[in-house]
Design a protein around this ligand. Sequence first.
Ligand code: M6R
Length: 364
Amino acid sequence: GKGNYRHFMEKELHEHPVVLGDTLQQYLEPSTRSVTLPALPFDAARVPRLTISACGSAFLAGMVGRYWIEQVARIPVDADVASELRYRDPPLPEGGAAILISQSGETADNLAAMKMLRERGQKILSIVNVPESSMARESDATVLTVAGPEISVASTKAITAQLAVLACLAIGLGRARGTLSAAAEAELTAELLEVPAKAAAVLERDSEIRAMAAEVAKARDVLFLGRGPLFPIALEGALKLKEISYIHAEGYAAGEMKHGPIALIDKDVPVIALCPSGPLFEKTASNLQEAAARGGRVMAFTDEAGAGPLSRFAERVVTLPHAGTFAAPILHAIPVQLLAYHVAVLKGTDVDQPRNLAKSVTVE
Ligand code: M6R
């Protein structure tokens, strides 16, 4: 049941600290600050290319995974939505492998992509939440997310659990390839180990996020911006908002704004930014300043170090705990989901069962 919560989505959002802890615990060893993955169906040291396939929010987690695996393990990664990948006819290398991501493990397009990838000689590693699902059964190896049952059609904890697994996978692949030293592994692992407690701290920002939601609920269009591994989180914020509040929202790579969407900006358009401190901070912040200069209402999620500079021009700044550059996308996924939730509640939509949507899309 929902316990004391109004909706399953709210309950599942509040399970983030536990789910992230349970999932990371499977693959991280706190005493040695190292990663232990289950046996992979491909040679991590030699695999020439990885293809990530998923749908919806699981695909957005996969996009973050691409940034991580490329940066940490230096393996070329392609990531595409399964409905495109299955018909794209991509050239795939001998000895290549694919990573399929799905909460349900029953999504029709992704099962079809799996079949195509297998027929072309790719080994299949799946990241799924339902251990007895078709995808888990049919792949060469499975890494489980330990998110528990997810009832809300809008995915929350399953996505962050997928991010946690992908982060561990990137570290494990980096070690296997020799692109990541043991010391660097310990640093990244330490960031991840702090994520569950920091996720709990993010949930404590609830009233600030609800206040932001009251503004966003009045808008007709909303832009979400992020750069690097925060770009897919911007897409996640926009997808979640559309899905449950029916407000039109788009996610953009911050640097793409001036190539088109900046034309939309006026005083009625909230520009929601995912902008943690780190190497890309200044770049994103200057994009946001341009939006503010054109009357856009910048509302930013950042950390302590980012809050000062952003509050010079942003209408609202929500300060999250500093997660480190590697773990930041996991932590920033939570407030955009929470924001969408509060907007939907204010709009009075059917939060757990949005119109026209199914929890598991088992037809093409
Ligand atoms: O079960 P799956 O992870 O394969 O589902 C994929 C998408 O249908 C799913 O993530 C969808 O986009 C969610 N409703 C997003 O909140």
